[in-house]
Design a protein around this ligand. Sequence first.
Ligand SMILES: NC(=O)c1ccc[n+]([C@@H]2O[C@H](COP(=O)([O-])OP(=O)(O)OC[C@H]3O[C@@H](n4cnc5c(N)ncnc54)[C@H](O)[C@@H]3O)[C@@H](O)[C@H]2O)c1
Length: 351
Amino acid sequence: MAKPLRVGFIGFGGIARDAHMPGWSKLKGDGVAELVAVADVSEAARKAAVERFGVKPELCFENYEHMLGKVDLDIVDVCTPNCFHRDPTVKAFKAGAHVIVEKPMTVSAQDGEAMIAAGKKAGKLLMIAQSCRYLPSARAAKRASKAIGDIYWARASLLRPRGVPAWGAFTVKELSAGGPIYDLGVHILDWCLWMMEFPKPVTVSAALYLELSNKKSIMKHDPKKYTVPEELAMALIRFENGAVCTLETSWAVNAPEGTFSCFLCGKRGGIDWNWDSLTLVREEYGMLTNAKPQVIPEAGQASHSEEIYDFVDAILKGKPSPVPGEQAIVTQRILDAIYESAGNRREVVLG
Ligand SMILES: NC(=O)c1ccc[n+]([C@@H]2O[C@H](COP(=O)([O-])OP(=O)(O)OC[C@H]3O[C@@H](n4cnc5c(N)ncnc54)[C@H](O)[C@@H]3O)[C@@H](O)[C@H]2O)c1
């Protein structure tokens, strides 16, 4: 049997330890891959790597470039805050590793292009960890999409009425660049574009709001740490093929309930997807019929683990990246245009 793939993390905080590690631990048990090194600027994170996951203390680094220079790695898993995705990814490619990087891919299309170019130059795979694609209901919806024909209208909605994260880097502009757009919107937009098979966006018109989050009476976070520009965002995106998509996402909005859903209208039917269920709408016998398929997840199936298994499978079998940079950069161009459009109060035309 081949030697296990050697894995290193850059950034070993919440998502790395609690969501990615169960996948890597299972692959270690299977003899396929093993965590050998961790780089994190936080001493507590490095301590957790040693105490919880058995990483050798001498293979825990404060500076990720030292890790890349000293340890031979097949895979680097980048889980740093959004503003620090580009450089670790580019340098990990230069060190000869495949890279899986958390969402959002990065915080500008220019950065994204540098990441894609570095992966191509190195001949290594780049995967963006868009975990929503791996939800059992999301995969079922993708299979069912064949039944609804070409999608010409999509409505993507991920609203939290009250859900400003009171921890971590989420609200800090220098670390995260943006608020719910990067935290939540990127999930639902990626999912929606994946279902639409990534048509080319041509215009974006958007608005951002920050009206509620700094009211101490209703929020638990420290308002001084809230430096991202939005708590609520909405956008209308037009595509070259004539399709349109609306996006709405929030950490705070005076709405009756939260959403985590996408409605897709195709020429032969529709799909109404929620994170844990879906409804398939088709015209049959002169009637609109709503079918509610039962989505039965396999035992132990977790979206973050599934994305890691898929990435490793692609590496081992020489397949393309399951979530390539070329798709994520389409989403990133739209996100860039959302901030530009909202800032200038004008529609942005994408080249
Ligand atoms: N897919 C999801 O559902 C999901 C959920 C949460 C977070 N995320 C993404 O994961 C990423 C990390 O989020 P988190 O919640 O784990 O944050 P976190 O703050 O818990 O962890 C980030 C870690 O990166 C470390 N770090 C910061 N700068 C560094 C540097 N230059 N070199 C090495 N380490 C550095 C920090 O010390 C920290 O331990 C973000 O991009 C976020 O968008 C994804």
